[in-house]
Design a protein around this ligand. Structure first.
Ligand code: HEC
Length: 197
């Protein structure tokens, strides 16, 4: 190989008149090539010999675990705060709540809250207690055995509070057609929406 790129060496082979030049490779290319070799050695030692670095699958698993911890921590924190929660009166929050209600809850509780598969939410009778916190709790946990979905895996805590605040405004609502009558629900104490304020 000639060292002077200006005088490339013409190689001997000649196939059907096609000749080949043995040019010197550009320095930057050669250096890149050396760097890839060094990189591969470092990579091999780091990931496979000393196992200092986590491979993709292990890194994914540990990030998922960290994510789960953050999530369950936040969920636990929310759960322990439920008892002290108050319904929101903010129009924007109630509107978000109404949208969630129409989308997720109305198929079972009727658009106006009168009740279908699920109980009437507009009367003074509740199976799981009549406070706002009772509603948040039952929406959060659900009652899977009775057909009420566990919403904590679907909705965020703020969304659950918004929908609970919205259904709180349905209490005592005048329904166009009769709502579902109370079955074995207990009247909320104290009864009537105004009494909850
Ligand atoms: C698949 C049907 C279904 C859907 C969807 C549903 N619910 Fe229910 N819900 C029920 C049933 C059934 C009960 C009664 C559970 C029981 O008997 O313990 C109930 C109970 C409740 C209660 C307690 C009522 C009481 O008397 O204590 C609240 C509050 C409630 N649902 C709110 C909601 C909200 C808010 C949503 C939407 C995010 C929703 N539900 C979606 C079926 C449903």
């Amino acid at each position: 190989m000639s060292n002077d790129p200006k005088e490339p060496l013409l190689l001997d082979h000649d196939y059907d008149g096609i000749q080949e030049l043995d040019n010197q490779l550009p320095r930057w290319w050669v250096w890149l090539f050396y760097i890839t070799i060094i990189f591969s050695a470092v990579y091999l030692v780091y990931y496979h010999v000393t196992r200092t670095g986590q491979l993709q699958a292990a890194e994914y698993a540990s990030e998922m675990k960290a994510g789960e911890q953050i999530k369950s921590g936040a969920m636990g924190k929310f759960e322990s705060s439920i008892a002290a929660l108050q319904p929101s009166k903010d129009a924007a929050v109630l509107e978000t709540g109404r949208q969630s209600y129409v989308k997720y809850c109305a198929p079972c509780h009727r658009v106006d809250g009168g009740g279908l598969v699920g109980p009437n939410l507009t009367d003074d009778y509740f199976i799981h207690g009549g406070t706002y916190a009772d509603s948040v709790k039952v929406i959060w946990d659900g009652v899977p055995a009775k057909g009420m979905i566990t919403w904590k895996t679907v909705l965020k805590p703020e969304e659950i509070q918004a929908v609970a605040s919205y259904i709180y405004t349905l209490r005592g609502a005048k329904l166009a057609s009769p709502g579902k009558p109370p079955e074995n629900q207990q009247p909320a104490k104290p009864a009537g929406p105004s009494a909850f304020e």
